[in-house]
Structure formats: C-alpha cells, structure tokens
Design a protein around this ligand. Structure first.
Ligand code: SF4
Length: 57
C-alpha cells in the first residue's frame, strides 16, 4: 500500500480496485462537494473533509 496520508484513516475514503491489478483511492465527499477531488493526489497531508475513524491499512 502506498502512503495515502490522511485518507488511510478517513471515513470518506473508498478503495476502487481495477481489473488491471491497481487500486485507486476515491474520496466519497467529491460526489457532493467540489472542493474535493474524486481521486485525490496522494499522500494527502491536509484536508478540510478529513474525518478519522477508519483504517484502510
Ligand atoms: S475527505 Fe480528504 S482525507 Fe478524507 S478521503 Fe477525501 S481527500 Fe482523503
């Protein structure tokens, strides 16, 4: 797993595996708030939408 920064422990992060064997990290907040990128550039070190409580590691 690459270092995704805050996204790794954020409740809004979703993992999207592809059939090519790679995995994208999608931000669920992007669907309703255009301040957030659908596929954030990682690692995210500062984010207004960050909500801890989940671990993707
Ligand atoms: S809200 Fe921020 S920290 Fe959380 S998944 Fe989206 S980009 Fe990552």
């Amino acid at each position: 797993m690459i270092d995704a920064g805050l996204c790794l422990s954020c409740q809004h992060a979703l993992l999207r595996p592809t059939n090519r064997g790679t995995t994208y990290l999608r931000c669920a907040l992007a669907a309703t708030d255009d301040r957030f990128a659908k596929y954030p550039r990682l690692p995210v070190t500062d984010c207004a939408g960050f909500e801890p409580g989940r671990s993707l590691q």
